[in-house]
Design a protein around this ligand. Structure first.
Ligand code: 8GT
Length: 137
């Protein structure tokens, strides 16, 4: 049976820039860029998971604004992930890299220049469409 892992991720938007995180050499998908987040634990809602993960990984407090559509992606025949994105804003905290190699606040118009994890690409495309449609640029 295929194992599905549920993962939340945060699109943290601030003044036309998105906090983009690069996975470290020792993580799965080394050096790929992603929206920070992580796996949902038992008895945890997606929202609780995301708030916990962003605090653990980056020492940031966030507010969730909107849930976007998930993407289901198989990296191997036995394992698929459901990546659940949320539009967020930062409420503050000193950004500390606890797991990632790097983070950048990237202009929405330049996001596609980064080498994203495959599962993120449909989410990235949806978000960019949403951003320009809203006239937020
Ligand atoms: N957080 C996050 N994970 C992603 C993204 N895209 C993507 O394919 N993944 C995959 O989803 C899974 C999430 O793992 P993770 O390592 O970030 O989560 P975690 O901190 O809860 O895991 P751990 O406690 O086992 O280390 C990994 O297989 C990762 O490669 C993304 O944008 N954000």
């Amino acid at each position: 049976m295929v194992k599905r892992i549920r993962v939340t991720c945060a699109i943290i938007l601030e003044e036309g820039k998105v906090l983009s995180a690069q996975r470290s050499e020792v993580m799965a998908l080394p050096l790929k860029w992603e929206f920070p987040g992580g796996k949902i634990e038992e008895n945890e809602s997606p929202e609780e998971c995301l708030i916990r993960e962003i605090k653990e990984e980056l020492n940031l407090e966030i507010e969730i604004i909107e849930r976007f559509q998930s993407n289901i992606h198989s990296y191997s025949p036995e394992k698929e992930i459901e990546l659940i994105p949320f539009l967020c804003r930062s409420l503050g905290g000193n950004l500390v890299l606890k797991e990632h190699l790097n983070v950048v606040w990237e202009d929405v118009g330049n996001l596609k220049l980064l080498d994203w994890a495959e599962a993120d690409i449909p989410i990235l495309n949806f978000f960019i469409e949403w951003f320009y449609h809203k006239g937020l640029c």
